[in-house]
Design a protein around this ligand. Structure first.
Ligand code: AMP
Ligand code: TRP
Length: 355
């Protein structure tokens, strides 16, 4: 779906300047993968370090759109928070919390469920993928409505920029359409039209077992992904066993076309090393995987083992993690509550309880 309005037009009115603010979220529906790290987390840290206001969320209410064992969900939420902290999120400079502690998300999510159209939702490729070959009638209503809650996550803070991996692009277009429709329906210039930040060499990290499939927390094969909690031996074994073709690395980016597995390993290398894909190709042209894979193992272990070490240290004190999440939720609530109060006013809801 594409929206009629251009990014700088809001509700057909003169564009208003919104304060720059970044929001993004990760689902605690499993362990954090290398895809999450390179496509999202590493970039969340870069944005924080650029000095922009950053709000980051473990979206536990999104996670329950598919069944989650309650004890595992709690554990995975803490592990996700530990990953954010270990990767370099500073809870003083960024706001870090879990979604369910700030009720504005659910409240605005409902209102956006009344703005979004069934047709918009049914065109979401993630919905179609998740129900493909399965009985869509048995999927939860929440899974279908999921993108409306995602729009609420972002717009409850009037966030203007959202760093995500490539798979979230369509959901962000929908967020823009919801903001535009809300502004138009109510004749206001209230919500910003958000800008997706999909950047870098690893916006789509692929499975180590199948270069045409996204690396995912929910893949049944643990060999398909690197988890941030994997130790050095596990990382090495997974990369050594990663599927490749028989050709050496090419001498141009063009030569990676139609070689999804080779392209994936080169992209991962570039993102971990902080180099461009062109640089990696220039340095490794003609190399066999027997040479390139050990280099990738060394790089991955060097970059990831400090993070897993720090995660383990943090996970030993779950009370401290919960305290950080609670503090972040207080600060998030203070930003979102006045925005929600205005939304209730705009939509005609009486708010007469004594405070
Ligand atoms: P999720 O695990 O679906 O909650 O994703 C959290 C963030 O990580 C989103 O910004 C995703 O786009 C990003 N992400 C997830 N998997 C990948 C992947 N394989 N490659 C790049 N980014 C990813
Ligand atoms: N839908 C995202 C994913 O599955 C997670 C998410 C929920 C999110 N709310 C968000 C990402 C808000 C960015 C902004 O990856």
């Amino acid at each position: 779906m594409s929206s009629a309005a251009s990014p700088d037009q809001v509700g057909g009115q003169t564009p208003k300047a919104f304060q720059p603010r970044i929001f993004s979220g990760i689902q605690p529906s499993g362990g954090i993968t290398l895809g999450n790290y390179l496509g999202a987390l590493k970039r969340f840290v870069e944005k924080q370090d650029e000095g922009i206001e950053t709000v980051y969320c473990l979206v536990d209410m999104h996670a329950i759109t598919v069944w989650q064992d309650p004890e595992k969900l709690r554990q995975q939420t803490r592990e996700g928070a530990a990953a954010f902290l270990a990767a370099g999120i500073d809870p003083k400079r960024s706001i870090l919390f879990n979604q369910s502690q700030v009720s504005a998300h659910a409240e605005l999510g409902w209102i956006f469920s009344c703005i979004a159209r069934m047709g918009w939702m049914s065109r979401m490729t993630q919905w179609k993928d998740k129900t493909a070959g399965k009985n869509a009638e048995a999927a939860s209503l929440g899974l279908f409505a999921y993108p409306a809650l995602m729009a609420a996550d972002i717009l409850a803070y009037k966030a203007t920029m959202v760093p995500v991996g490539d798979d979230q692009k369509q959901h962000l277009e929908l967020t823009r359409d919801i903001a535009i429709k809300f502004n138009n329906d109510y004749g206001v210039d209230f919500f910003p039209v958000v800008e997706p930040l999909i950047e870098g060499a690893a916006t789509r990290v692929m499975s180590l077992r199948d270069g045409t499939k996204k690396m995912s927390k929910s893949d049944p094969s643990d060999q398909s992904r690197i988890n941030l909690t994997d130790d050095a031996d596990t990382i090495a074994a997974k990369i050594r066993k990663a599927k490749t073709d028989a050709e050496p690395l090419p001498d141009s980016i063009d030569g990676l076309k139609d070689r999804p597995e080779a392209k994936n390993l080169v992209n991962i290398y570039a993102a971990l090393a902080g180099q461009t894909v062109a640089q990696v190709i220039a340095d490794n042209a003609g190399a066999q995987f027997g040479t390139f894979k050990p280099k990738l193992v060394d790089l991955a272990v060097a970059k990831l083992s400090p993070i897993s070490g720090e995660m383990n240290r943090l996970m030993a004190d779950p009370g401290e993690i919960d305290r950080i999440l609670g503090n972040g939720a207080d600060r998030a609530d203070a930003l979102a509550r006045p925005i929600l109060d205005q939304v209730y006013d705009i939509t005609g809801m009486i708010r007469s309880r004594r405070k």
